[in-house]
Design a protein around this ligand. Structure first.
Ligand SMILES: Cc1cc2nc3c(=O)[nH]c(=O)nc-3n(C[C@H](O)[C@H](O)[C@H](O)COP(=O)(O)OP(=O)(O)OC[C@H]3O[C@@H](n4cnc5c(N)ncnc54)[C@H](O)[C@@H]3O)c2cc1C
Length: 493
């Protein structure tokens, strides 16, 4: 994998970033010369880390957050805004391959993260500010094969004491509720929700800023991190305010900052400053679009996806429809190893534009009128379970550096509690969040698995409707086979 580099200085324009009160925010005019804790990235993760740190007892440590772009200018200001926890999809597969404990914890972790975020939103009365929608999320199916697989997985989940909240719709109910004539059935997850991802990020940052010891500096790309060395450090820099040892120098185009602790919340770009992660967290370009107001009638009060998330979307209260996905249209490359969100993929754009007239033709007459279309960069985790990387960077030469990244395109139900866990670890505690798995620690990772082309090809098949069915059959055969054993991969780090 190549170096993802720094975020592109001229990204495509996202709808979510039109109105961003922290766009150019700099808490202090110049960069402080030192800070106890430096958070890299002001997306949902960086904002959540800042929020949790200011809530926990940091003993007055100063916290600085640096972002190459506007606050929320990365994936958190460009994503689908679908905050939906994983439930039944691949439950049987995960259970057989990784064991019941892990299969359960993956679901518990995400559900509890979504519930915690919703509680925070309600406790602070942010529902309108972040445009929270709690109508649930519906997975609708185009084939009996897929729908039956969904039902089998739900049954297994329920046998294991989970998934009782899920509601299965037959064809009649699905057509009535989704207005999609092609669907044979659907599954409603009532915990699924949608919101403005940038506004949530901004609210978290604003809360952290109120603490008085959090400094946010936008448009400050971090170019390198070097070990602090008292001999080479400039003698006139006063580091007496640092609570701990000076360990790292953060170098930016606006000067350098000496600090004790670094937390990488740089998502798909993290391997630029941590080259050892180049095969582990891979930048992948995703794409979204939004229809112009009043061009589409009321379709759904819930989030919707087809073919296991191949295309997903939701409709805001003003009836604007947000659509994303369709990466399969990009060919087997699937936009992997792409960290350039200054442009979009035209084949994906075409597919997304066809989505509403194709499946909701009675309600939506073509062509779909699009207000904006944009791209963003996800951080795909090559971990065997596709879990994020959360905790200290292994190796004594990295002492004081931490990471929370690699949500595999699924950060809304993961980032907030991953950020809490990393904040706890930074302050010397063990992670204490429901469903925490030590498998998220970078030191416990069993190595990259998607590095090899074959695994990427697998994903490609899942990503295309026409190949999805063949892939399902292959997986089923694999599940039934006696030779179904956990892949043995060497530790990367
Ligand atoms: C098109 C798209 C659609 C998506 N849809 C969904 C969805 O519907 N539901 C869902 O759950 N997830 C979705 N995701 C994934 C979700 O957006 C991410 O998982 C989540 O936003 C990650 O948050 P983050 O803070 O870790 O990363 P980001 O929001 O990307 O923040 C990282 C920040 O780091 C900054 N940065 C990077 N390198 C440097 C550097 N060297 N110096 C300074 N700053 C730096 C960047 O500018 C950026 O602001 C989608 C992602 C994309 C791109």
């Amino acid at each position: 994998m190549t170096d993802p580099g720094l975020p592109h200085p001229q990204p495509t324009r996202s709808f979510w970033l039109i109105d961003n009160p922290l766009s150019n925010h700099r808490t202090t005019v110049s960069l402080p010369c030192c800070a106890d804790i430096v958070i890299l990235g002001a997306g949902l993760t960086g904002a959540s880390v800042a929020y949790h740190l200011t809530k926990l007892d940091t003993e007055g440590k100063s916290i600085l957050c640096l972002d190459a772009r506007a606050a929320a200018g990365g994936a958190s200001g460009r994503c689908g805004g679908n905050m939906t926890n994983s439930t039944y999809r691949y439950f049987k597969y995960d259970m057989k391959k990784y064991g019941l404990d892990i299969a359960k914890k993956i679901r518990v972790f995400e559900l509890e993260t979504v519930l915690a975020l919703k509680k925070l939103i309600k406790d602070n009365r942010w529902e309108k500010k972040v445009e929270l929608r709690e109508g649930g999320t519906v997975h609708s199916y185009l084939t009996d094969l897929e729908f039956n697989e969904a039902i089998e997985n739900i049954e297994e989940m329920r046998n294991q004491g989970l998934g009782h909240e899920l509601i299965i719709w037959d064809r009649v109910e699905t057509v009535k509720k989704t207005h999609g004539e092609d669907f044979v059935g659907a599954v409603m997850n009532p915990n699924g929700s949608q919101l403005s991802p940038s506004k949530l990020t901004i609210q978290l940052l604003q809360l952290a800023l109120k603490s008085g010891y959090f400094n946010l500096q936008t448009y400050t790309p971090v170019q390198s991190i070097t070990p602090f060395n008292s001999e080479t450090a400039s003698a006139n820099i006063d580091i007496s305010s640092l609570k701990g040892q000076p360990r790292w120098v953060i170098n930016t185009n606006r000067g350098s900052v000496i600090c004790n602790t670094v937390i990488h919340c740089t998502n798909g770009y993290c391997a630029h400053l941590l080259p050892q992660l180049r095969d582990c967290i891979v930048p992948v370009r995703g794409q979204m679009m939004i229809t112009i107001p009043s061009s589409i009638p009321r379709l759904w009060p819930f989030g919707i996806s087809i073919n296991r998330g191949y295309i997903y979307g939701w409709q805001r209260n003003d009836n604007m429809v947000i659509l994303g996905g369709a990466r399969g249209e990009a060919g087997p490359e699937l936009e992997y190893n792409c960290s350039d969100d200054s442009d979009i993929n035209t084949a994906i754009d075409r597919k997304l534009r066809q989505f509403l007239p194709t499946h909701f033709g009675d309600m939506v007459k073509s062509p779909t009128k699009i207000m904006m279309t944009w791209a963003g960069i996800m951080g795909m985790s090559n971990d065997i379970l596709n879990l994020p990387w959360v905790g200290p960077i292994p190796g004594s030469k990295w002492d004081g550096q931490f990471i929370s990244a690699g949500y595999h395109g699924h950060g809304m139900p993961r980032a907030f509690h991953c950020a809490k866990a990393v904040a706890q670890m930074v302050l010397g505690s063990k992670p204490d969040v429901p469903g925490w798995m030590d498998e998220m620690l970078p030191s416990k990772k069993s190595g990259p698995t998607m590095k090899d082309w074959a695994r990427k090809e697998d994903l490609y098949k899942i990503m295309r409707i026409e190949d999805g069915l063949a892939e399902m059959e292959r997986r089923k055969e694999e599940e039934d086979s006696e030779a179904f054993i956990e892949t043995d991969v060497k530790a990367k780090l």
